[in-house]
Design a protein around this ligand. Sequence first.
Ligand SMILES: [Zn+2]
Length: 452
Amino acid sequence: MKLRTRLAAGFFVAVCFSTLVGRLWYLQIHEYDFYAQRAAGQQLRDSVVPAPRGDILDANGTPLAVSASCWTIRAVPREMADEDVAEAAAALAQLLELDEADVLEKLSQRKSNDALLKRRVNQETADAVRAACLENDWQGILILQDTKRWYPEGDFAASLLGFTNVDNQGVAGLELEYNSLLTGQDGRVLSAKNAWGYDMPTDYDTYVEPVQGNSLKLTVDANIQHYLENYLSAAVKEYSVSARGVGIVMEVDTGRILAISTKPDYDPNEPRVIQDEALRAQVDSLTGEERAQALTLAQQTQWRNKAVSDLYEPGSVFKLITAAAALDAGVVTTGDSFFCGESYGVSGVHFHCANRNQHGPQNLAQALQNSCNQSFIQIGQRLGKDAFCDYFAAFGLREATGIDLPAEPAKSEFYTADRMGPANGLTKTPHARFFQRIEWLQRQRTKGGAAV
Ligand SMILES: [Zn+2]
């Protein structure tokens, strides 16, 4: 009986022991790479050092968009002592202006290796967090170098510059168009940690410097841009323009854009804040899904670069093109005279000048000066619809401008010669409707007191 017991026990031990040896062999030799890597992963902490974006400068080198240093606060909850959690959560919530319950919940994930507390705080806040951690000997709070976009001029050239998202990626304007050029190369910090995540007393830190993105120098001149924005804002206010005003200043010899603006716009430092106070109040008076939709619409409207993205009927601005075409074609001279009476009839449709003005005899310069509809109908008739449309194309008005800003429509809308009158039933032709529409627009604008 004793012998059998001993044999059985010996056999049992042998089985167990060989299993153990097998398991050790499996873990230490067969699975060596896996566990070695896992240990290294626990010992080495790898963090990204975001690269600053390149600056955007005006033609004179004035910075319009720059990158500023800031700090992102993260936590490694498993490294924090259990007894520190509540006190640290309360203090950090106050320093970082966060909800205490949220911070407590994050730090209470006792096995968590990473929790974001707050992105992109300034030096003062980062220093206060560091001081609190040192004073109380709290472990597991990381203060990481970061970078954020800053627009020193605030609400200026917004629809031109655009803005970036939380990941420092351009989402509108030049920030979007030149995103890859402006984006730098992130750096890294690799620091050695022991199994619990505390710093090891060694020089294991590796620091790979981030590389700043390329700078972008514009043809836009900040001085001219300031003049344009000031006058445009004043005009939008004075005439209660509801659909936003647009202005472009171009160097005529080269086509360089010296200033471009849509007003009202926004502050690219806070692109999501609705600038228009009345509209903001209107959005804020809503709740739930309705508010979310209204907010999105209001944001997208204020971000839209109307100078590039919207089509509109040029109206009397186009008289310059008509005049240039007629002079170039030799069908008028600067000395020719046109007459502006009560109205001018084209195939039974009578056209007036704005406010029913009668300008009388007009030479070309006077007709332009007075924006005289009747004279310009006569000039257009001399040119003829085919030549008119040919010049329209020759000026490049059928093509996209190809400006290096996002969201320009690929196609314009325009009349072709075969769609223009006169023909039978003229009041229904696109030509007549076009002029009626222009006249209607002029009436609307003159009602508000604005010159066309
Ligand atoms: Zn007239």
